[in-house]
Design a protein around this ligand. Structure first.
Ligand code: GUN
Length: 294
């Protein structure tokens, strides 16, 4: 069965292109792109994600800075950290790793990031510009998925795409991108969520099924149409005795039973996850080159 979408390979290909561009920039006497990440608290998942982003920066020749705050940080202190990065000309782009602790208003923090440095593409200005087809940073996971579909020559025009999950980070922007009148869009999109009635009646008609729910093995074989392209965005850390770390990542798709029905499917890990990182690096490169906001 050769229906696996190799996100790791496509991500490494994209990282190689980025590394070559960084090399050219350095040869021209320009400094390397610089990404900063703010991490609050000690959540294991967030620690792992941010560590992967910092490592990827190293791999492509970017400079990176990690700023840590304790779980009990005040909103004022966190806002100050954001303002410092906004005003630091050495920083091209930065992210605030989500989720944030309860005492922090997430929207307030995101809106305090300069849109020109918001390489996560979470600021309302970038989201609005994305909706209007204007130059912007597209959030990393949806961009990574579109890139995967393109690399695997998945036809989107006229196809029915069902997205499960309406988060601001993945589900909502994903549904907008795929419905656009662009080469990689033109899908008829159904956005399903916790209040959707008879979910299976929708998923069974999906040519492309994208699951971004965060509920391990939620999608079973009886919910998937024969020949569908299935994209699994779920990365829930579950306790495992099989790994050294004591954890393993589980996707939203019951992979073993769903995979035989699919024309293409992303594994977890090694599918969408690596693409999120490559897309973030791409946005940071665009920021360094001032290609979106001059
Ligand atoms: N938490 C889960 N995914 C992401 C992401 O892409 N960016 C940030 N900043 N936080 C996240």
């Amino acid at each position: 069965m050769n229906n696996l979408i190799d996100g790791k390979k496509i991500s490494l290909d994209l990282q190689q292109e980025i590394a070559a561009e960084v090399k050219r920039m350095k040869e021209q006497g320009r400094r390397a792109p610089h990404l900063a990440a703010i991490l609050v608290g000690n959540d294991g998942g967030s620690e792992t994600y941010v560590a992967s982003k910092i490592k990827a920066c190293e791999n492509v020749g970017f400079t990176s800075t990690m700023i840590r705050h304790p779980e009990y940080v005040t909103e004022e202190k966190l806002l100050q950290s954001v303002y410092d990065l906004n005003n630091n000309p050495e920083i091209d782009g930065f992210i605030v790793q989500l989720p944030l602790p309860r005492q922090i208003n997430e929207h307030k923090i995101i809106e305090s990031i300069l849109p020109s440095k918001d390489v996560d593409g979470f600021h309302p200005i970038n989201v609005g510009r994305m909706v209007l087809n204007l130059p912007c940073y597209v959030s990393a996971t949806p961009y990574g998925i579109v890139h995967l579909l393109q690399k695997y020559n998945v036809e989107t025009s006229g196809k029915h795409c069902v997205v499960i999950g309406r988060s601001h980070i993945v589900g909502s922007p994903m549904s907008i991108l795929l419905a656009k009148n662009t080469q990689l869009g033109n899908c008829t999109v159904t956005l399903c969520h916790s209040k959707t009635k008879d979910l299976k009646s929708h998923t069974l008609t999906a040519d492309i099924l994208i699951c971004a729910l965060g509920s391990p093995e939620f999608v079973t074989a009886d919910m998937v149409k024969e020949g569908a392209v299935v994209i699994d965005v779920g990365t829930t850390r579950v306790v495992s005795t099989e790994t050294k770390s004591g954890f393993k990542l589980k996707g939203d798709i019951k992979f073993d039973e769903v995979a035989p029905k699919c024309s293409l499917i992303t594994p977890v890990p090694g599918g969408v996850g690596p693409m999120t990182i490559a897309s973030l690096l791409r946005n940071t490169l665009l920021a360094a080159k001032k290609e979106i906001y001059s």
